[in-house]
Write a protein that binds this ligand. Structure first.
Ligand SMILES: *[C@@H]1O[C@H](CO)[C@@H](O)[C@H](O)[C@H]1NC(C)=O
Ligand SMILES: *[C@@H]1O[C@H](CO)[C@@H](O)[C@H](O)[C@H]1NC(C)=O
Ligand SMILES: *[C@@H]1O[C@H](CO)[C@@H](O)[C@H](O)[C@H]1NC(C)=O
Length: 220
């Protein structure tokens, strides 16, 4: 990762940001436009975006801020068999302020993505700050790397009995509507087991972050 030489100034920034993160990440604006999930206000996102040279921290920040993303899978539908196929999925890596970095999903076998994943569990999840007011306020087009976006590749797996409670709490606090989704759809909890990470947060191409670096980040 670039920017190791600036470790001390980064540590200082991180220390300065930590209390702000704790205070602000626990209070996303709610209810605006009738939305009932992570509708982060502009000030929160703008003030808390980590220094761009710390790509692992930026990736964790984006994962936590995003409430949904596009998951690309390999299609099993006859017309486009074997082609990449992306769908929008709601997700959460934890309640506001306590992101784990693990993207959890609430899925149904009736979903196209799930049919695809049953044949090939490999997937890439794209998350972008374009879903917050941050990019619009700064005039960053979604394709502009300054409108930070990340790609997370890996395999989508059902979570085990122990992890179900964590997944459920993570998702239901950020997506209360999920509690009332029809039981007949056989919803289950799943997660992306991340193996590769790309961060697009500045010009000059994507930065590569390892899962070890990504999960090593703490916001305390
Ligand atoms: C459940 O999954 C978690 C996270 O992957 C793992 O740490 C734990 O050992 C698993 N528990 C069982 C009983 O398999
Ligand atoms: C996650 O991916 C790693 C690397 O491919 C693999 O070793 C591990 O078993 C996977 N974990 C789960 C829960 O699928
Ligand atoms: C994990 O974080 C510590 C403390 O910030 C750092 O010294 C170490 O290099 C990090 N390890 C990885 C693999 O990122």
């Amino acid at each position: 990762m670039a920017g190791r030489a600036q470790g001390s100034s980064r540590a200082l920034l991180a220390a300065l940001l930590a209390p702000a993160l704790l205070t602000l990440l626990v209070s996303p604006a709610r209810g605006r436009g009738g939305r009932d999930h992570g509708d982060w206000d502009e000030a929160t996102v703008m003030s808390l975006l980590p220094p761009r040279e710390d790509a692992a921290r930026v990736a964790r920040f984006v994962t936590h801020i995003c409430s949904w993303g596009a998951l690309a899978t390999i299609s099993t539908m006859e017309a486009v068999r074997g082609w990449p196929f992306a769908d929008v999925l709601s997700l959460s890596d934890g309640p506001p302020g306590v992101g784990s970095g693990v993207p959890y999903f609430y899925l149904s076998p009736l979903q196209i993505s799930v049919s695809n994943l049953q044949e090939n569990p490999h997937a890439t999840l794209t998350l972008s700050l374009a879903e917050t007011i941050y990019c619009r306020k700064n005039g960053f087009d979604p394709q502009n790397p300054l409108c930070v976006h990340i790609m997370l590749s890996g395999t989508v797996t059902k979570v085990n009995e122990t992890e179900v409670n964590i997944a459920k709490h993570s998702l239901f606090t950020r997506h209360p509507a999920m509690k009332t989704w029809p039981a007949s759809h056989n919803w289950f909890f799943a997660k992306l087991n991340i193996t590769n990470i790309w961060v697009l947060d500045y010009f000059g191409g994507p930065k590569i972050v390892t899962p070890e670096e990504y999960y090593n980040v703490t916001f305390q």
